[in-house]
Design a protein around this ligand. Sequence first.
Ligand code: ADP
Ligand code: MG
Length: 265
Amino acid sequence: MILVKGGVLIKEQTALQFANVDFKYNGTGSSIVENLNFTIKEGEFVSIIGPSGSGKTTLFRLITGLENPSSGSVNIDGSASSHRLGSVGYMPQQDLLLPWRTVYDNVTLPLELKAAKQSISQEEVFDLLQEFGLKGFESSFPSQLSGGMKQRVSFLRTIITGSNILLLDEPFSALDAITRLTMQEWLLEKWDKFQKTILFITHDVDEALFLSDRIFVVRDKPIQEFTEVTVPLSRPRKIRDLANQEIINIKEQLIDQLRMKVHHG
Ligand SMILES: Nc1ncnc2c1ncn2[C@@H]1O[C@H](COP(=O)(O)OP(=O)(O)O)[C@@H](O)[C@H]1O
Ligand SMILES: [Mg+2]
C-alpha cells in the first residue's frame, strides 16, 4: 500500500504484528490474550483503551519480550525474535526514574546499559535536553522536577534508545488537566518530528481521540480482538477539534463500548 505524507510518496511498512498470539501468565489458569491478530504500520499513532486489569500492560510486556506468547508470534519490522527488548522503547506505567541519579544520568541510562541502538555524543544529549525543555536541569534530581518534567525525562530516555517503536503506558494519567493537555500537544509535536511509531495506553477517551490515528478498544477478557476506531481528524490537530460533532459522536460510542464491558463483566 502507498500513502502520501508531506507530499512525498512512501511505502507503507508494517512496524509491528501480532499473529495468532495466545498468552497466560505462568501458574495462572486464565488466558489474558487469545488468538489475537493485529498490525501497526510504521509511523502510526495507535491508542489502546480499556478497563483496568484487561491486559493492556501485558500486551506491552509481550511486545518488549519481557513475556513471550504461549503460541503465535509477535513480529517487529517483519521478523519474529525473542530479543525484542532492544527493538522497542518502553516507558512503563510508573516513571521509574532513579531518584539518586541526575536528569542527565537518568536520560543516558540506555547508553550505559547498552540498551540503545545508537551511540549519542554528550553534545547531542545536551541538544536533546534543550529540545525537551530540560535545559538548566541536567544536574537536578527527579525529586526537584514537576510531574510534566519527569515525564519528559522519562520520554527522552525512551527516545534515546533509538528504537522506532515507542510503547507509552498511561504516561500522563498522574498529571493535572492543564499539564496533561500541554504534554499531549508536546507529544504530537515530538512524534511528528522524530517520526516514530507510537502505541499509547490510556484510560482517557479525549486523550485517545486527540492523539491517535486509530484507537483499539479492549472489550473482552481474554483479549481476542479489538473494536477499532479510526479518528477522522487531519493533522496538525487543535484541542478544539474534539468539539466537532463527528468526534462527539465517536466519543459517545467509545464511552458506550467501555461502559458495556462494565455492565456485562
Ligand atoms: N506477573 C503477573 N503474574 C500473574 N498475573 C499477572 C501478572 N501481571 C498482571 N497479571 C494479571 O493479568 C491481568 C492483566 O493485567 P494488566 O496487563 O496489568 O492489565 P491492565 O494494564 O489493562 O490494567 C490482571 O488480571 C493482572 O492481575
Ligand atoms: Mg496497565
